[in-house]
Design a protein around this ligand. Structure first.
Ligand code: DC
Length: 213
């Protein structure tokens, strides 16, 4: 079973998805981190993310795995490295949207996301989980917040990347762009606390018989 949490950068997805998963006893999967891991590896190899042919050639050599460690944490292994803080580097922030437009990258990550969710109950956050990766799940949530609030949240996290630029690339790319699934519950998190958003989602899920103690 997959609970999809989609939305733009700094809409609160990661904190909400992680907290929700813990609350209802599901595993947490961060699909954005997969795009970041591939971007990080490409940059490490000196590949220009804007050149899709070079990226495709590199993908054939990249081994990308993900799964859950003993304590239930989602991990990503790329060419036997386990990048964590590296995934938040500013070079990755500024290139990841470009890399995410490449269909071969989306296919590779999409297949890993299907494999990792098989036979499990997961809360998966991303941009296209409810629209493209698991469109059949009835449990779709789209988190949003005003650009001003999102900018402030990014700054508070110590990032000064352009979320407008990422929004633009993520929403206008040809393959699986960021968009609201017609059957998604849309939640504006601008004036809600983290706990408030988790409560709103878990309340809806409870009505569906999910996450009841
Ligand atoms: O959620 P995030 O900021 O870590 O995501 C980083 C980038 O990865 C985002 O700008 C676009 C891409 N992404 C995507 O294309 N599809 C997803 N399901 C998740 C992330």
């Amino acid at each position: 079973m997959v609970i999809a949490i989609d939305g733009p950068a700094a809409s609160g997805k990661s904190s909400v998805a992680r907290r929700l998963a813990r609350k209802i006893g599901f595993d947490y999967v961060n699909s954005g981190a997969m795009y970041r891991a591939v971007t990080w590896e490409l940059l490490r190899e000196g590949i220009d993310p804007a050149r899709s042919e070079s990226v495709e050639a590199a993908l054939a050599r990249i081994s990308l795995d993900c799964g859950f460690s003993g304590d239930g944490e989602f991990f990503i292994r790329v060419n036997s490295e386990l990048p964590e803080v590296e995934l938040r580097e500013s070079s990755v922030n500024s290139q990841v949207s470009e890399v995410s437009t490449i269909p071969a990258v989306r296919r590779l990550i999409g297949s890993r996301l299907h494999a990792v969710a098989a036979g499990r109950r997961v809360v998966m956050e991303g941009r296209d989980i409810g629209t493209a990766v698991f469109p059949e799940t009835p449990h779709k949530f789209y988190l949003d917040a005003s650009p001003e609030v999102r900018r402030r949240r990014r700054a508070a996290e110590g990032h000064n990347d352009s979320i407008e630029k990422r929004d633009r690339i993520d929403s206008t790319r040809r393959h699986a762009p960021l968009s609201v699934a017609p059957d998604a519950n849309v939640i504006d998190t601008s004036h809600l606390t983290l706990e408030g958003v988790v409560e709103a989602i878990s309340g809806i899920l409870r009505q569906r018989g999910i996450g009841q103690e």
